[in-house]
Design a binder for this molecule. Structure first.
Ligand SMILES: NC(=O)C1=CN([C@@H]2O[C@H](COP(=O)(O)OP(=O)(O)OC[C@H]3O[C@@H](n4cnc5c(N)ncnc54)[C@H](OP(=O)(O)O)[C@@H]3O)[C@@H](O)[C@H]2O)C=CC1
Ligand SMILES: CC(=O)[C@@H](O)[C@H](O)COP(=O)(O)O
Ligand SMILES: [Mn+2]
Length: 392
């Protein structure tokens, strides 16, 4: 029996993960469910899935969590805050960690799980973008194993020789292609995006996801973050990573080999496939996802991304060339700008402008420990926030 911690259980990935886990009660048991602030939703999930532990990140909600679990007659133990989370990550009773907290907030727990030698199913791409080097070191230190859950990286992993993670160092691989849906604004000019609303930006054509990643998809920053994620997960240089727009989101990504073969992974756009793959690897289990109906699909389209209309993708490639300091600043500025957009304090086009001004203003010196990385993250957030205030 594999004991699974679902970090970010109340989110979109959390929901898909719990669906797959509950399809295989003989194989997987929920060890921990965690949430940021939605304490009532967390209690509901605990009543349904009966984990050993529940954790709320916001420590002011600890009493509400404990009282809610007890009122339901549940034996689930209540916890709160980052220290408790790091301790639970180190518990030998936990085998697998699904890292699905959104944003930089997911970085400490991903590192703790890696140091503790767990199998990590990584959805939280922001932690790789700001700490890919630290995550690699933590995996080496703890003997942990990382399985990519982001659909494109999961596809690349499936197209590589079994268990291979160093695609960039293999002489038989030319490069990889990450597919992008193009988001809800595909085909539009930059100027036409000036007045788009939060609702329009969050209406992804193919995937049902949390608000932050939905806005990232709309700006193509999601693909930029994924380019950086691929760099760290597969040891690839920027020149070895291509982005192609594929509006149907059926081909999840591809690997070009030197003999002219291109391997791709296809499937309906449903994150349960990648989560089931990560949970069971190297075996496969039912994910509840329907088989592709190729005749009904009938066609698959591909086009080049429009970097004029969507400069965030260009900014991500530039940040990657500056190294981990550049990508840490890019990520922090993007999180602040997207949050301001979601609060209707910033226009959609301003997101890229805030990121570019932050990259130009903040020194990109990252250091090589968690503390200096968090300091740089904070510095970038402060600059981005001040820039947003100046624009109001
Ligand atoms: N959704 C998808 O299909 C995909 C998502 N991803 C990545 O997975 C991650 C999660 O995405 P998604 O599920 O869509 O996001 P959601 O917004 O749906 O869920 C986010 C989860 O993180 C929790 N959370 C938020 N802030 C904090 C915090 N400060 N501390 C601890 N927990 C927190 C939330 O808790 P609460 O509900 O209490 O706020 C919630 O459980 C992101 O990094 C995203 O880029 C990658 C590929 C696909
Ligand atoms: C499901 C998933 O992995 C998302 O990251 C998805 O790729 C978003 O779609 P875009 O291709 O529009 O960014
Ligand atoms: Mn993705």
């Amino acid at each position: 029996m594999t004991s699974v911690a679902v970090l970010g259980a109340t989110g979109s990935i959390g929901r898909s993960a719990l669906d797959v886990i509950s399809r295989h009660p003989q194989r997987y048991r929920p060890y921990l469910l965690s949430a940021g602030q939605q304490v009532d939703k967390l209690i509901e999930l605990c009543a349904e899935h009966r984990p050993r532990h529940a954790l709320i990140a916001d420590a002011t909600l600890f009493s509400a969590l404990r009282a809610g679990l007890s009122a339901r007659g549940l034996s689930t133990e209540a916890h709160a805050g980052p220290v408790a989370l790091a301790e639970l990550m180190a518990d030998p009773a936990c085998d697998t960690v699904i890292a699905a907290i959104v944003g930089a907030a997911g970085m400490p727990s991903a590192l703790a799980a890696a140091r503790a030698g767990k199998r990590i199913l990584l959805a939280n791409k922001e932690s790789v973008v700001m700490a890919g080097d630290l995550l690699r070191a933590a995996l080496d230190e703890g003997g942990g194993e990382l399985l990519p859950v982001d659909s494109e990286h999961n596809a690349i992993f499936q197209c590589l020789p079994t268990g291979s993670r160093n695609a960039g160092l293999r002489p038989d691989i030319r490069r990889i292609v990450l597919t992008a849906s193009g988001g809800p604004f595909r085909g539009r000019s930059r100027d036409s995006l000036r007045e788009v609303t939060v609702e329009q930006a969050c209406a992804h054509p193919n995937w049902s996801m949390g608000q932050k990643i939905s806005v990232d998809s709309a700006s193509l920053m999601n693909k930029g973050l994924e380019v950086i994620e691929a760099h760290w997960l597969f040891n690839l240089r920027a020149e070895q990573i291509e982005v192609v727009v594929h509006p149907q989101s059926i081909v999840h990504s591809l690997v070009h080999y030197i003999d002219g073969s291109t391997l791709a992974q296809l499937g309906n756009p449903d994150m349960r496939t990648a989560l089931a793959y990560g949970l069971a690897w190297p075996e496969r289990i039912d994910a509840g996802v329907a088989e592709l109906d190729l005749v009904r699909l009938s066609r698959l389209d591909f086009e080049a991304p429009d970097l004029q209309a969507f400069p965030c993708l260009r900014l991500a490639f530039e940040a990657l060339r500056h190294g981990i300091g550049g990508t840490t600043v890019l990520n922090a500025a993007n999180e602040v700008a997207v949050s301001a957009f979601l609060q209707r304090q910033l226009g959609f086009l301003d997101i890229a402008e805030v990121i570019e001004s932050t990259l130009n203003a903040v020194s990109l010196e990252a250091g090589s420990c968690v503390e200096t990385r968090l300091q740089l993250d904070q510095k970038a957030r402060q600059w981005a926030q001040a820039d947003i205030s100046r624009r109001k």
